[in-house]
Design a protein around this ligand. Structure first.
Ligand code: DUC
Ligand code: ZN
Ligand code: ZN
Length: 468
């Protein structure tokens, strides 16, 4: 099957220009100047008129949690439902987190994630490995996972007794990464201090959802971020901060990067658009829908403005969602009496490309930076480039036709994620996805899903391509 996308504006990490794109089978065959290839010269089964639209590489969401077991329940999107929702939003690759908890074998844990995803996905997928129990066996397994294309590992400085690693465990994993080339990704919040604050709040009877945020102050993300940077410098390894939410954490990352350290970070749309007061503090139990960790930050400080600035300066390299959806009914409701029992997570895999494009519309980012933070950098950061993240001859034909003139209003009534509410309900956005190809197959056209369960393939990843 050959598809010729004609007359559009090709947007890449380096800029925007008119260009025509030929897809042959699963790959990009050619990118040519408009009009330079007459039909007949280029034979195609389908010619797509892209006039007035952007042609961009498929988005890569490097932080999702399909079916994550958490707090006695499971994230409500399966690999099947979550990847269809991602596709509707112009994301053609996810990197999900396989989980090893304390006491479990890394190998067996990873195998169970392969089993969950196999034959289910609408788009291509890869894995990071969460190490919830760093011991000698787990450290040894890191080497073999790197050989198999699992080249990044997540550690938690939060959630004592569940996923938590102490400083010694973190240092050991970083030392191992320094020798095997892996990238340590870090959930940086001081979980020991947070648990003390949360217990004190509960003892005072402060059990509403907003207390989740009030007991996880931004200073404790800043402190953990600084500590992890120091540990990485001692170990001689790079470190990548997931879901960075706070000005204090960004300041620590910026300072380290200014020194030339291999320190990287992502942020997520929820920290750019949602706040502690307006969303986590919504009346009644509605705030439970906004319980995630790190928490939404106060609007009375400059967190969100600082994060947009960080995206412009590249101190924040990229945007991922931390997609971890739970329904209000029966899931978030587990914490009706106590915020500590609300499963942590917000769903957003469907809206990342649109929400960051809205940042372009509002003058926060350039078009090129939109593509860079949502597709090209994730590919380079996590060893998928140039197969993914770029429209160039030989790359996978993961292509999004994006209509900047379209308008949309986000709603639970129309989204495709398996959630009974939307964290972005009523958001009015300029621009929307028109058509999506995944490895050359058209999988989305307007409102229609044309893909197939199991089309998505597992991606073996290489090493991070960003070391400075
Ligand atoms: N944060 C969340 O909000 N959910 C899952 C895990 C995490 O770190
Ligand atoms: Zn996390
Ligand atoms: Zn996460």
């Amino acid at each position: 099957m050959r598809t010729f996308i004609k007359g559009g504006t090709l947007v890449s990490a380096t800029g925007a220009q008119p260009a025509d794109v030929l897809i042959d089978g699963e790959r990009i065959a050619a990118v040519v100047e408009p009009g330079s290839a007459a039909l007949g010269e280029i034979t195609a089964d389908e010619v797509v008129d892209a006039a007035g639209k952007y042609v961009v590489p498929g988005g890569i969401d490097a932080h999702t949690h399909m079916e994550l077991p958490f707090g006695g329940t499971f994230a409500s999107d399966t690999f099947s439902t979550g990847t269809v929702a991602a596709a509707f939003g112009g994301t053609t690759t996810i990197i999900d987190f396989a989980v090893q908890t304390t006491g479990a074998q890394v190998r067996a844990s990873l195998d169970s994630w392969f089993a969950k995803a196999e034959g289910q996905c609408a788009i291509d997928y890869a894995f990071h490995m969460i190490l919830g129990g760093v011991d000698d066996a787990a450290l040894k397994e890191m080497d073999s996972l790197v050989d198999e294309g699992i080249t990044s590992f997540k550690l938690f400085m939060a959630y004592p007794g569940v996923f938590y690693s102490d400083d010694g465990q973190i240092l050991r994993a970083m030392q191992r990464a320094a020798t095997n080339g892996a990238l340590i990704t870090m959930h940086a919040e001081n979980g020991i201090a947070i648990d003390a604050l949360a217990q004190q709040a509960a003892e005072r009877g402060e059990t509403a959802p907003i207390n989740h945020g009030l007991t996880r102050p931004s200073r404790l993300e800043g402190e953990a971020t600084s500590r992890a940077i120091q540990l990485a410098l001692v170990a001689g390894s790079p470190v990548y901060f997931v879901h960075l939410s706070a000005s204090e954490a960004l300041a620590a990352v910026s300072a380290a990067r200014h020194e030339g350290a291999n320190v990287f970070a992502e942020t997520c749309p929820q920290y750019l658009y949602l706040t502690l007061e307006d969303h986590l503090g919504a009346p009644g139990f509605a705030g439970a829908g906004y319980v995630c960790s790190p928490p939404l930050r106060t609007k009375h400080a400059s967190h969100a403005a600082d994060l947009w600035r960080g995206l412009r300066t590249n101190d924040l390299a990229m945007v991922a969602t931390d997609h971890c959806p739970f329904c209000m009914k029966d899931q978030k409701e587990l914490g009706l009496e106590d915020f500590r029992a609300i499963p942590n997570g917000i769903g957003g895999v469907e809206h990342r490309m649109d929400l960051i494009h809205q940042g372009v519309v509002e003058g926060q980012l350039s078009l090129a930076r939109w593509v860079e933070t949502c597709a090209t950098t994730p590919a380079r950061m996590f060893g998928l480039y140039p197969r993914k993240g770029v429209i160039a001859p030989g790359s996978d034909a993961d292509v999004v036709l994006y209509d900047p003139a379209a308008r949309q209003t986000i709603s639970v009534q129309t989204h495709h994620m398996n959630m009974d509410y939307s964290a972005y309900e009523g958001f009015e956005l300029a621009g929307r996805v028109d058509t999506v190809w995944s490895r050359g197959r058209k999988i989305i056209q307007g409102e229609a899903y044309l893909g197939a369960q199991g089309h998505g393939q597992y991606l073996k990843r290489g090493l991070c391509q960003y070391l400075r």
